[in-house]
Design a protein around this ligand. Structure first.
Ligand SMILES: Cc1ncc(C[n+]2csc(CCOP(=O)(O)OP(=O)(O)O)c2C)c(N)n1
Ligand SMILES: [Mg+2]
Length: 411
């Protein structure tokens, strides 16, 4: 018999479960304005406090405070609010379309809208984004891609630029700096680091930005990407969206319990920030800080965005099985749309009436786009791309066995 006590493992558990309220004290929320803003050439080891604290700009009263408050004019803020509202309507409508069987599958970004949209405003045309399925806001806040195009991809119809080969939501828009979404989690990070390295090798001026979720950081690709980004000081922003859940797995199981996802960047030699992802102003300010570092050849920045996945993981998921139903309402960082709205009203640049008016306009815009997209077919009427497209775009010269198969199919 050993004189030592029996060994045991620690298995993290969420504090809340269905019927039992979550104790959100695990989040360690700093006050708005509390965290310092160092110059962009600060070395990674001096960002340690910023990777454990929480950078926030908007206080409870909706006012912008502290050194991270960005210089954004009301035109840009109004644009941001409108884009977040539009994304939310778009998502809500596409979830309904999935329930109506017009789309086979959908993923919404409810509650996380600020992360994609404020960063889109902080980047420049030509920068390349490597998003996940929850950054549709990148597309919806700019005009390069129409809602009709997005919907046709979702409906896998005859006007789907992806010809039905990608899962719905897995968009690809080179012209909009939106790299094809890959369903293989965490590949975004290695792809973006590689792209950023290539941009530097060519002496280009464009930077890359990549997104992954809290759960995806448990993939080896996350760590590989951090090593390459650090070693070569790749001009890249590494966004980790900590929305507390990876389908039904709580973020602690991916490694967010006794440390933070941002702190992992510091350990790899990368300047890292932990930021309130539901605070539009903080997202913009931190994104600008990171983009500036990348543009000045100061290297990568890892940013953990603390947010909450308010909806189901996808239309195939039922979160009532694994978390309390009212979790989002009790989430301490609130709703990004409400928070920016209150801020703008405080500045005298928005009003409740205007909010209702814009809601109506956007609802009508999304409905009109859907009507237009449905003219090209939906999953319900089976007007998908022809089976012939299976044989196209792979080989310059189609091999004999595939030509024979195509003939057999008669397409
Ligand atoms: C390599 C890989 N493993 C597993 C999956 C299945 N899967 C799809 S989404 C998901 C959860 C991802 O959670 P997270 O990274 O936190 O992102 P979120 O969905 O919360 O935005 C899983 C396990 C996958 N697509 N790829
Ligand atoms: Mg997640």
């Amino acid at each position: 018999m050993s004189q030592h006590q029996a060994l045991r493992l620690h298995v993290p558990e969420p504090s809340g479960r269905p019927g039992c309220e979550t104790d959100f004290s695990y989040l360690h929320v700093s006050a708005a304005g509390e965290m310092r803003r160092p110059p962009v050439d600060t070395p990674h080891f001096e960002t340690r406090d910023l990777s454990y604290g929480l950078i926030r700009v908007l206080g409870q009263d909706g006012r912008a405070v502290g050194p991270w408050a960005p210089e954004l004019d009301t035109t840009q803020l109004r644009r941001g609010l409108r884009a977040m509202m539009k994304t939310r309507f778009f998502d809500a409508r596409m979830v309904i379309a999935q329930r109506q069987k017009k789309i086979s599958f959908y993923m919404q970004c409810l509650g996380e809208e600020a992360i994609a949209i404020a960063q889109a405003l902080a980047l420049e045309p030509g920068d390349m984004c490597f998003p996940t399925y929850r950054q549709q806001g990148l597309l919806l806040c700019r005009d390069d891609v129409s809602m009709v195009e997005l919907m046709c991809q979702l409906m896998s119809n005859q006007a789907d630029a992806m010809k039905g080969r990608q899962l719905p939501v897995m968009y690809s828009f080179k012209r909009a700096g939106f790299f094809s979404i890959s369903g293989n989690l965490a590949t975004q990070f290695i792809q973006a680091v590689g792209w950023a390295m290539a941009s530097a090798i060519k002496g280009d001026t464009r930077i890359a930005s990549a997104w992954i979720g809290d759960g995806s950081t448990a993939e080896a690709d996350f760590h590989t990407a951090l090593t390459f980004a650090h070693v070569y000081r790749a001009p890249v922003i590494l966004n980790v969206v900590n929305n507390q859940w990876a389908i039904s797995s709580f973020q602690a199981i991916a490694g967010g319990e006794s440390t933070t996802f941002a702190a992992k960047g510091v350990g790899c030699g990368i300047a890292s920030l932990r930021v309130d992802g539901n605070d539009f102003l903080a997202v913009y300010a931190a994104s600008r800080w990171a983009a500036e570092r990348a543009r000045q050849n100061l290297g990568p920045t890892l940013i953990e965005w603390v947010t909450y996945r308010a909806g189901a993981h996808s239309t195939s998921d039922d979160p009532s099985k694994y978390r309390p139903a009212d979790d989002w309402e009790r989430f301490p960082l609130g709703d990004p749309i409400d928070r920016l709205k209150v801020h703008l009203i405080g500045l005298g640049a928005w009003s409740e009436q205007e909010h209702v008016q814009v809601q109506k306009e956007l609802e009508a815009e999304v409905a009109a786009a859907q009507k237009e997209a449905e003219r090209h077919g939906t999953m319900l009427d089976g007007q998908g791309p022809s089976a012939a497209t299976m044989f196209e775009d792979v080989y310059e010269t189609v091999p004999a066995h595939l030509r024979a198969q195509r003939q057999q199919l008669g397409v």
